[in-house]
Design a protein around this ligand. Sequence first.
Ligand code: ADP
Ligand code: MG
Length: 367
Amino acid sequence: MKVELQNLTKIFPSRNKNANEEVVAVNDFTFTIPDGTLVGLLGPSGCGKSTTLYMICGLQKPSSGKIFFGDDDVTQLPPENRGVGLVFQNYALYPHMTVKQNILFPLQNLKGADKLSKEQMLERAYEVAKIVQIDNLMERKPSELSGGQQQRVAIARALVKMPRVLLLDEPLSNLDARLRLQTREEIKRIQRETKITTVFVTHDQEEAMSISDMIVVMKLGVVQQIGKPQDVYSSPANLFVAKFLGTPPINVFNGCVKGEKVYIGSEAVADAKGIADQEVSIGIRPEGFILKDDGPFTVNLSNVEVMGRDVSIVATHECSANPTIRAIIDADNVIADDVKTVRFSIKPNKIFLFNKETEERIYVEGK
Ligand code: ADP
Ligand code: MG
């Protein structure tokens, strides 16, 4: 089921009666989620992810804009008539019911033509329990399950009505690191198997990047960039997106363009063909540095961390926007103990320029 968001906007009235400060939680969001894909909604806390999700499921009414499921305009439909499955961060299982009863629950309220016989309900419950691999736990109570198992029950309960769209709001946040990894792979598998169009909300960039076919990066209610995770990482539209994606994060420097060259301090570190002279913010990915004795960029070495496959160089530079710079290089490189400065050349596809005021990307010719 294709899901189309048209100019979706949500404005909340001020919480404080005396202050006239409305909150524009979601601002003019337009995007078509292709049928059968998993889209990750990504951004810091408060950027409007949950509000977007609640508008898609019908728990929140848009202030303006429209939502289509396929060709159906569902904007005015209540949640129960939209055919959506919703999973929250806190799994909200009924504690006094068994796993089986929890999964059966949504089916027991079906009315009219959708009404199922007892046998049909059980069959459906076991079918989804198998998909999420909890069919051996059907007689247990939620308190007898691990966090990961509880979350799988919540997913089964969302799937049992065979939703047209599956909506997940930070579903892994309450799990410990190992379970989080495992469960996110599981969600990806379930989505591939069922091919249900899915929206997955998270503030964790690594989670969104690893699980999504497409990501939508949001900031203060406004969509910043939409694309395949790798494309957004390789070509961020602005400084916010560049900084939000990637671990370790991108290194940011204050510099300038002069005579079609990019300068950090007095050193010309890259070409900037076709760009007028101006001050710029410069982003360099940690993997964008190459150790080179006569390289154009010199940094003060603080520390070298060897981490198996890679070496992480921690350094400082007077033009860095952060206290330290981080460069990831191959473990084959050897750096002597008494070295105080190292020199790098920079991979042209790993350095980005941004407008000093607007922080929008300045695209350099030929890359
Ligand atoms: P996220 O899920 O990305 O953390 P939310 O969608 O929950 O963000 O919130 C977006 C903005 O809308 C925030 O500034 C939040 O305080 C505000 N907001 C959310 N729900 C309400 C509400 N019911 N009433 C007033 N403001 C709200
Ligand atoms: Mg939220």
